[in-house]
Design a binder for this molecule. Structure first.
Ligand code: ADP
Ligand code: MG
Length: 228
């Protein structure tokens, strides 16, 4: 047991080693020999111009996409095949998209329960977790509202709630404030920072907002598929 605990304490939650990725049968080279490590409990931001490969890198870290070459370790486990990628995505990672990717005509509660259904979690347990999170993100009065009736900031909070349902140790956020005004961006970013601290979650976040990036623990710059 002690040995297992020690391993969990010492392993970096995210470890990317010499990853390459291309599309269109190798014609479009998107990631070129990318390596990075993220230390537990830290918030790292990933900056860089549009098209430089941020989303592709985040999707590979989350297990949504596979790398062509190189290795990705999530909590020390290599995402070397589709089964390992899917397991990481369902159990270890919470993914937050720029445009929330919620189902507009389902309620907040229905959207948030989907990840728990995917892993076969007991419904009562899932509902307890949902109400705890709804309180923490200040949306306890909106749980039966449909997504289409919520504001942009509220939708992104729901996306955060959904991402946290299965108690991930890592949050991967792809421009989570990209579609929000500045005031709402800061409030969503503040919420994410609080979660990183209170739940000891590790987070990597792509952002165009230099001010948000500077407020994170570490800032990575990416250009043409390379981390500078
Ligand atoms: N599925 C795909 N098929 C073909 N090209 C893609 C695909 N996904 C991304 N790309 C290309 O990869 C490059 C990097 O895209 P992306 O990772 O979305 O960059 P960013 O998030 O930094 O804007 C872009 O040129 C984009 O067109
Ligand atoms: Mg992107």
């Amino acid at each position: 047991m002690l040995c297992v605990l020690n391993k969990k304490m010492t392993v970096d939650p995210i470890n990317v080693s010499n990853v390459t990725k291309s599309f269109d049968g190798g014609k479009v080279s998107v990631l070129r020999d990318v390596s990075l490590r993220v230390v537990r409990g830290k918030l790292v931001s990933l900056c860089g111009p549009s098209g430089c490969g941020k989303s592709t890198l985040l999707q590979i870290i989350a297990g949504i996409e596979g790398a062509d070459t190189g290795q990705v370790f999530v909590e020390g486990v290599s995402l070397e095949n589709e089964a390992k990628r899917l397991h990481a995505l369902r159990h270890k990672i919470g993914f937050i998209f720029q445009l929330h990717n919620l189902i507009a005509d389902l309620t907040m509660e229905e959207n948030c329960l989907i990840p728990s259904i995917a892993i076969g979690k007991d419904r009562g347990e899932a509902l307890d977790r949902f109400h705890e999170l709804a309180n923490r993100i200040g949306l306890e009065k909106r749980t039966r509202h449909r997504i289409q009736d919520l504001s942009g900031g509220e939708r992104q909070r729901v996306a955060i709630c959904r991402a946290l349902m299965n108690r991930p140790s890592i949050i991967v956020a792809d421009e989570p404030t990209g579609a929000l005004d500045q005031k709402t961006s800061w409030s969503v970013f503040g919420l994410l920072c609080d979660l990183v601290v209170s739940d000891q979650v590790t987070m990597i976040m792509a952002t165009h907002d230099q001010n948000l990036a500077k407020s994170s623990d570490r800032m990575l710059s990416m250009r043409d598929g390379v981390i500078e």
